[in-house]
Design a protein around this ligand. Structure first.
Ligand code: ATP
Ligand code: MG
Length: 740
């Protein structure tokens, strides 16, 4: 087999990992050493050597995006798309298993998967009898506790007093139990349940377990360092054949363990040899992704962590010499976005494809300024990860309509939309519906039918609710006849939901209507409404499929396993990265995890990595001065170009106390050119040229005097009629051109 083309160009260690198909195998290796490539090639090798059929290999990836990429890679190697693969994230694979055996845990095969929003609504109802002080014990904290329990495979019965918590006055366990039984009543489960239920089934139904153990001749797991306890239990149950440990191959890197906050246990790697006796371990040391400079910078940084397994990482590419890692200081987040976009534009103009750029942020809030700037400059981009599109309120409403359309028992969906648009359903009417539903032991939708029949509602709202109910009856018929795209369109139209947004005079209403149009467009890509809803529940990354010609904007967590020619890493400031909250909660251990995250970030880059930090950052409405991240000092000097940083630091010292956003940030943009970077004083010719053009009639903003209109201008100064402060003569460089 070694002569097959799919094994070309692999190094001896990689070949060993691919050809050791039988028995347990752990590949422990640093970033970019070809772990994922080994896994993919191993899959192809198993098929091409007739060891198994495509559906007899269980492959676990960490994101849907990774699953898609792997599916494509396998299709390329095989020369055709493979059908019926068990390839996906833990959650997607478990959802598929659970649909087959739902009755063993008291669900139907059509069970609903709740998202966080639904979970919160449900939890709110469930906790009512306990009268929890939600100021003291916020509900999302409670939800977090429940999720951690689920991550660890604990059902309410399994929680010992030692594992209990004081949270919610010690009622967390009881609330968890009530929450679980409510989910069952609703024929629903949350994300954590997908795993929890399947593990329970595998544990209690030996016949089912055996069926899967026989089915999966080979198991492949990527990013093994980030599996949590329940995922690990699931793997261990499946990875046996006739009492023997099966052919399980896990690949991972302890330095990239970044999900401990979600219950991941890096110890799972350390336990591998114990759990799977006779396990082989392969180490890969050549990095084929990044230049020597990028690797050197990343290695120097991660060396500051203690308790590492320790791995060697050598540049493996022939052309591994490249640029130094750039560190750039900027004034604020707007300047940061301008800086990154202008760098992207330059490279783009020189022929670098947009799909090869990534902006990797520590926290979701950071994306906004980049999105705005990218839109302004017309650079196509996509936000990868985190249900962005589907999270928008109007999309969630429309989805609730769809859910209720195919499942009249979906009470959460019913509650969300019964009064959207307004149908006069206040708390009293809702209470009435709930009482009726309880009495009838039926859903809210059926309670509504019953109440309409018995004239339980009066006046206008009776009429509107009758229309609401009638509309669902009509569209269900239409669904049968005309299919889901037509039916959903009609439902949103006839229910008055679209009309509600057309009537809405707020500036964001047109955009929302566009989103709804887009949603209906997306429906056509799916065979049935059920498939579409399943897709939404599972697909965490909102990126479109063939949108290669776009800059990717995403969180560092979402970038795991990916690679780009050029990577921008903004926001390297104390409090942002490392994140203040994480450090407050987790101390030194948390700093180490943040450092691993930084390591993941740098090692995504093939050729160019630029790290940015801003001198000021707005946290809510307040400006704060910020300190450069400690990680910047930890980068070894020999691999880093700090010219763009010293300019800012120096300028900041010279001009501290002044607030001059426009001049300052442009000064920093200018730092790209070495000439400007060396100048110590921002007030000079080059910079003056960067001051916004102040002409009579321009609307401007001044940090001290607020908004005003320029009524006179000459070189360097301007006379401005301020709205509040009256007419004043000020330095033009202190003015920003204000939007309308
Ligand atoms: P990460 O830890 O970031 O997930 P990884 O170990 O999974 O990284 P891969 O993504 O599999 O690494 O590989 C990194 C890059 O190196 C890919 O572009 C891959 O195609 C390339 N590569 C891997 N092995 C070789 C090889 N033997 N020769 C040339 N290129 C290789
Ligand atoms: Mg990988």
């Amino acid at each position: 087999m070694t002569t097959s083309s799919h094994l070309d160009r692999l190094n001896p260690e990689q070949l060993a990992a691919i050809e050791t198909t039988e028995g347990p195998l752990l590949v422990l290796a640093g970033a970019g050493t070809g772990k994922t490539r080994v896994l993919t090639t191993r899959f192809a090798h198993i098929l091409l050597s007739y060891r198994a059929k495509p559906w007899q290999v269980l492959t676990v990836t960490f994101t849907n995006k990774a699953a898609r990429e792997m599916r494509e890679r396998i299709a390329r190697i095989l020369g055709e798309p493979a059908e019926g693969l068990w390839l996906g994230t833990f959650h997607a694979l478990c959802a598929r298993m659970l649909r087959r055996h739902a009755e063993y845990v008291g669900l139907t095969s059509g069970f609903l998967i709740l998202d966080t929003d639904d979970q919160m609504r449900l939890l709110k109802q469930v906790v009512e009898p306990w009268r929890i002080d939600v100021k003291r014990w916020p509900l999302n904290g409670l939800l977090g506790i429940i999720q951690r329990w689920k991550d660890r495979g604990l059902t309410p019965d399994g929680i010992t007093p030692a594992e209990s918590t004081d949270y919610a006055d010690g009622h967390a366990r009881a609330i968890y139990a009530a929450y679980q039984s409510r989910l069952r009543e609703l024929d629903a489960c949350d994300f954590g349940d997908l795993m929890l239920h399947v593990v329970e089934i595998l544990r209690t139904r030996p016949d089912v377990l055996e069926q899967y153990q026989r089915l999966f001749r080979y198991i492949l797991v990527d990013e093994y360092q980030d599996t949590n306890t329940i995922q690990y239990l699931w793997l261990r149950l499946l990875a046996r054949r006739e009492g023997e440990p099966a052919n399980i191959c896990c690949v991972g890197d302890d330095d990239q363990s970044i999900y401990s906050w979600r219950g991941a246990e890096v110890e799972n790697i350390l336990r591998f040899e114990k759990d799977f006796p006779g396990a082989k371990i392969v180490r890969l040391e050549r990095n084929y992704r990044s230049t020597a400079q990028i690797l050197g910078a990343a290695a120097g940084l991660i060396a500051h962590n203690e308790g590492r397994l320790g791995k060697t990482l050598r540049p493996g590419r022939d052309d591994a010499q490249g640029e130094l890692v750039h560190v750039v200081g900027v004034w604020d987040s707007d300047a940061e976005a301008r800086e990154v976009c202008s760098r992207i534009e330059n490279l783009w103009r020189n022929g670098h494809p947009l799909g090869e750029f990534a902006i990797l942020v520590r926290a979701g809030f950071q994306t906004r300024s980049f999105e705005e700037r990218l839109v302004q400059t017309g650079i196509p981009y996509r936000i990868v990860g985190g249900l962005r599109f589907y999270e928008r309120a109007e999309i969630r409403d429309a989805i609730a309509y769809m859910r209720l359309l195919i499942n009249p028992a979906d009470d959460l969906a019913f509650e969300r939309i019964v009064n959207l648009p307004k149908r006069g359903v206040g708390p009293a009417a809702l209470q009435k519906l709930h009482a009726q539903a309880r009495g009838q032991k039926a859903s809210l939708y059926m309670a509504l039918e019953a109440l309409l029949e018995t004239k339980g509602f009066k006046g206008k709202s009776a009429e509107k609710l009758a229309d609401f109910q009638d509309c669902f009856v009509q569209q269900r018929a239409l669904l049968e006849k005309e299919g889901h795209v037509v039916a959903v369109g009609a439902l949103l139209e006839e229910s008055g939901y679209l009309e509600m947004w057309r009537e809405d005079k707020s500036p964001d209403a047109p955009g929302r209507l566009d989103n709804l149009k887009e949603l209906i467009r997306a429906l056509a890509d799916f065979g049935t409404l059920g498939e579409f809803l399943e897709h939404i529940a599972l697909v965490m990354d909102a990126e479109g499929t063939n949108e290669d010609e776009r800059v990717s904007v995403m969180t560092l967590h979402g970038a795991k396993g990916l690679e780009f020619d050029t990577v921008y890493l903004p926001g390297w400031e104390e409090g942002v990265f490392p994140s203040q909250r994480t450090v407050d909660e987790g101390g030194d251990k948390a700093v180490e995890e943040e450092r691993r995250l930084a390591y993941v970030g740098i090692t995504r880059a093939r050729y160019r990595a630029t790290i940015l930090h801003a001198a000021n950052r707005r946290i809510y409405a307040n400006w704060q001065e910020s300190m450069p991240s400690r990680f910047l000092d930890e980068l070894p000097d020999e691999y880093v170009d700090r010219a763009g940083e010293t300019a800012t630091r120096q300028a900041r010292q010279d001009y501290s106390g002044f607030f001059r956003p426009s001049v300052f940030s442009d000064a920093v943009t200018g730092s790209m050119s070495p000439l400007v970077a060396k100048k110590r004083h921002p007030v000079n010719e080059e910079l003056a040229a960067n001051v916004p053009k102040i002409e009579v009639g321009t609307r401007v903003f001044h940090q001290k005097f607020g908004y005003g209109m320029v009524i006179g201008a000459d070189r360097g100064s301007a006379e401005v009629a301020f709205e509040k402060a009256g007419t004043k003569r000020v330095m033009a460089s202190y003015l920003q051109v204000a939007g309308e």
